[in-house]
Write a protein that binds this ligand. Sequence first.
Ligand code: NAD
Length: 484
Amino acid sequence: MAGKKFDYAPAPESRAVVDLQPAYGLFIGGEFVDPVDGRAFKTVSPATEEVLAEISEAGTRDVDRAVAAARRAYERVWSKLPARERGKYLFRIARILQERARELAVLESLDNGKPIRESRDVDIPLVAAWFFHYAGWADKLEYAGVSTASSGPPKPLGVAGQIIPWNFPLLMLAWKIAPALACGNTVVLKPAETTSLTALLFAEICQQADLPPGVVNIVTGAGETGRALVEHPGVDKIAFTGSTEVGKMIARSTAGTGKKVTLELGGKAANIVFDDAPVDQAVEGIVNGIFFNQGHVCCAGSRLLVQESAYDEVLTSLKRRLGTLRLGDPLDKNTDIGAINSPEQLGRIRELSDVGESEGAARWSPPCELPDKGFWFPPTIFTGVSQAHRIAREEIFGPVLSVLTFRTPAEAVEKANNTPYGLSAGVWTDKGSRILWMAGQLRAGVVWANTFNRFDPASPFGGYKESGFGREGGRHGLEAYLDV
Ligand code: NAD
């Protein structure tokens, strides 16, 4: 998309740092093992469709083995270890993650399709930060404010079954595993079927850190493997991040079982720009809000609400800025927009975008050449969107922005809250009082002010309504893994 005159020379990150194996087993009881029934599937690079490796598919008997290994490790080792010792393992893992950051970033970009700039500067640093943060909590759980003097020190739950999506593979793993281990639980984690590779490298890191066998188990596979984990009677806690549809199924199947459940689901966040906002900063925030990670972000600012009096200025600036985004090779350090993770997701983005057009919204993309191979979608803006349009109501989970307008703060709040979701929101204005008022009115777990998509391990994250329940991150994130 860059102009013809001054183009960027390619600056690809080397793949040599990654040691890809042709096939991977399941990580159970501290070692890589073959699945009982020997089934496997291929994982491809979404940017080139090249087969990267064969991944084992765990069946119910494999899930059974993994849960048994986690139970043994919980009862014999992990729950008996002094909290400080648990913390030391987490610190060790965090340091190894930092040491191997480059390798992890390249592997994440290869397998997921996200730009190396993001995996290198956002995902992997946050992964290490999450482990450092929870390493610090391991021996301070009594001071987390989740227990009382009479209830005694908080206790772990036991074995946690954790299921994560493909959009931030290693970061979602960190959000799940770090607090679970810090609180004294052992885990069986299932990565998403299209992005298992960094979870399997993490398994190697557990070995390198001498983590006692069975404390972390990784079972790869698709929805059926996830279902076997959710339904396993030996699991005490289910933590799920993914679609609202699967979240609802999990809520139904765990009801009445006594399993503790947290769900982090979809979103359709409003990014609200008032006419007194600094336009250039707001435009950067809009771009970061919806085009970061190709829009595969549950808290993406996928609905832009612009005050009518600022509409022309904001839209002109936004379109100019989109013209400078570079789409292409995820391993190129200049790339802003990478590949769509899978043909299924690309199909869904295309379908909903077509619906947007047929419902009467105006579609716009900057001039943009898409590579011949791989799964790609250009950054796209829809204007003339009304609240009734499907592209204003449904999660597209791609680089597609729906633009709506408002006149008064009250109208902005009403439109922002007019969604079944409630994960995040953004407010852009010069007035502190308005930020505080808006934050109080918006039904969203996170409200960003004059910024968007900021994450910190000390800050809780989670949703309202169909975006799920429970909080991850910070002190609040400990509650999900403690018997309180
Ligand atoms: P998905 O629900 O299809 O898959 C998520 C995970 O669940 C995958 O590992 C999948 O294999 C597994 N799974 C599928 N069917 C299952 C079943 N019946 N039982 C148990 N596990 C099952 O979602 P996706 O398409 O991979 O991810 C995109 C969705 O995730 C989006 O809706 C997005 O908003 C949401 N998401 C939410 C957050 C958050 O923190 N709230 C973060 C990232 C993604």
